[in-house]
Design a protein around this ligand. Structure first.
Ligand code: KIV
Length: 385
C-alpha cells in the first residue's frame, strides 16, 4: 500500500534566508496561495520572532491562506514560541516548529550552553508550543553532525513534551544518502516511540546532495520532506520542491509512497518565486530551468522528434510548462532537427533543397550559439531559390 509523504514547503522561511531575498507580505500570501492550491501539506510562512514585520507577514498568511497547515519557526525559547503562537492565531491549522542546536560543535561554540541546558530548553519550549496548538514540530539542528546518542535523547525529550513531527535537519548539507539512511534507522531503533510521530527530513544543498538525501530519507521511513521552490535557501539552498515532487512521482511506486501535490502548478509557482525573490533560475536547473525541455544536439533531436520519451523523462505538460518540448538549432544540431524546424516554419523543401539548406545552416551554426527562426527562414529561402 502506498503511503503519503507530506510536502512541507519552507520557501517563505528558509528560502527567504537566501542572501538578497526579501519577500513582501503580499508576496508571501501569493506564493503560499499557489502552494496551497497545489496541495502542499505544510507551508512554513516565516520566523515570527525575527522582527515585527515578519510577525505581521506570517499573521497575514495565517489569516488569508486556507486548506493547508501554516507553520511558524521558533527557537527553543519561550518568547519565540509565544511570538509564533500569536502570529498563527488566525490560522485554520497552525503548526509551531521548535528548533535547537544539537551537535556539540554548535552547542559549545555557538549556543555556549551544556547538553543538559539544551534538553531543558527543548522540554520547556515544546510543552509551551503544545499549549498553543496540537501540531508541534521539533528539529534538532545539525542533527547529521550530532552525537547519535544525544540526538536520540533530545528527540525522546521532544516526543515526551508533545512533539508530533520530528524533523532531522542536515543543516550544512554534509551527509551522504547512505549515511542518512543509517541515521534514520539508528534513530528509529534507539527511540521506538518516534513511530508515533511523523519523521521528516530537511536538507541543504551544499554538496548538491539534497534531493538524493530526501529520497534516501523517504526510503528509510521519513514521511515528510522539507523543500523550497527552485531550491532557494541559506547558502547553496534547500532541497528543491519541484525535484522532490517529481522524483517521488516517478519513483513513488518503487518506494511505496506518493505525495498529495498536483505537479501542474510547478512551472507557475517556480516563475512566481523567481520573480518575487529576484533569484534567477539557472537554465540547467532540473524541472524548471529554461533548458529543461530544450534539445540541442542532433542525436537527441532526432530521437525526440521520433518519440519524445527517448530523451525526455518528464512530459512538460505534467508541470504546466507553457511551450513544452523545444528543438534549439545550433552547431551540434542534425539534419532531422533542422528539417523539422524548416517544416514548422512553412518550408516544403525537396531532398536536394534540404541538402543545400542544411550545408548552409551548418556553416552559419559553426560561429554562433544558436540559429534563430529568422536565419532559418533566410537559409530556406536561399536554398529553395
Ligand atoms: O537548516 C536547518 O537546520 C533549519 C532548521 C531550523 C530546520 O533550517
Amino acid at each position: 500500500m502506498s503511503e503519503r509523504v507530506r510536502i512541507f514547503d519552507t520557501t517563505l522561511r528558509d528560502g527567504e534566508q537566501s542572501a538578497g531575498v526579501c519577500f513582501q507580505p503580499e508576496d508571501k500570501v501569493e506564493i503560499a496561495s499557489l502552494l496551497a492550491e497545489m496541495g502542499v501539506d505544510v507551508i512554513e510562512a516565516g520566523f515570527p520572532a525575527s522582527s515585527a514585520g515578519e510577525r505581521r507577514a506570517v499573521a497575514q498568511v495565517a489569516r488569508s491562506v486556507r486548506g493547508t497547515v501554516i507553520c511558524g519557526l521558533a527557537r527553543a525559547v519561550l518568547d519565540d514560541v509565544e511570538a509564533a503562537a500569536e502570529a498563527l492565531a488566525d490560522a485554520e491549522a497552525p503548526r509551531i516548529h521548535v528548533f535547537v542546536n544539537a551537535s556539540d560543535m554548535q552547542i559549545d561554540r555557538q549556543l555556549r550552553k551544556s547538553r543538559r541546558d539544551v534538553v531543558g530548553m527543548v522540554d520547556a519550549a515544546v510543552r509551551r508550543a503544545r499549549r498553543a496548538t496540537d501540531d508541534v514540530e521539533f528539529s534538532p539542528m545539525d542533527a547529521t553532525r550530532a552525537d547519535p546518542e544525544f540526538l536520540a535523547e533530545v528527540v525522546r525529550t521532544a516526543l515526551a513534551a508533545g512533539a508530533t513531527t520530528i524533523n532531522i535537519p542536515d543543516t550544512v548539507g554534509y551527509i551522504l544518502p547512505v549515511k542518512l539512511e543509517q541515521l534514520f534507522r539508528d534513530l528509529r531503533r534507539r527511540v521506538p516511540e518516534v513511530e508515533g510521530a511523523v519523521l521528516s527530513f530537511h536538507g541543504q544543498d551544499d554538496l548538491g546532495l539534497a534531493t538524493a538525501n530526501a529520497v534516501a530519507a523517504v526510503g528509510a521511513g521519513a514521511r515528510q520532506i522539507e523543500v523550497a521552490v527552485n531550491g532557494i535557501g541559506e547558502r547553496a539552498g534547500n532541497t528543491a520542491f519541484e525535484e522532490v515532487v517529481m522524483a517521488l512521482r516517478i519513483h513513488g511506486e518503487a518506494l511505496g509512497v506518493h505525495t498529495g501535490v498536483d505537479p501542474e502548478g510547478i512551472y507557475r509557482v517556480s516563475r512566481c518565486v523567481e520573480d518575487r525573490s529576484g533569484m534567477p533560475v539557472p537554465p540547467n536547473k532540473p524541472i524548471v530551468g529554461r533548458n529543461a525541455f530544450r534539445h540541442a544536439s542532433g542525436i537527441h533531436q532526432d530521437g525526440v522528434l521520433k518519440w519524445r520519451e527517448t530523451y525526455e523523462l518528464i512530459d512538460p505538460k505534467t508541470i504546466g510548462h507553457p511551450t513544452g518540448t523545444e528543438i534549439v538549432l545550433g552547431k551540434l544540431s542534425g539534419r532531422a532537427g533542422f528539417a523539422e524546424r524548416a517544416r514548422q516554419l512553412g518550408f516544403a523543401l525537396d531532398e536536394a533543397g534540404l541538402d543545400r539548406a542544411f550545408v548552409r545552416f551548418q556553416s552559419v551554426a559553426e560561429t554562433q550559439r544558436a540559429v534563430g527562426d529568422e536565419e532559418v527562414m533566410a537559409i530556406c529561402r536561399g536554398a529553395a531559390a
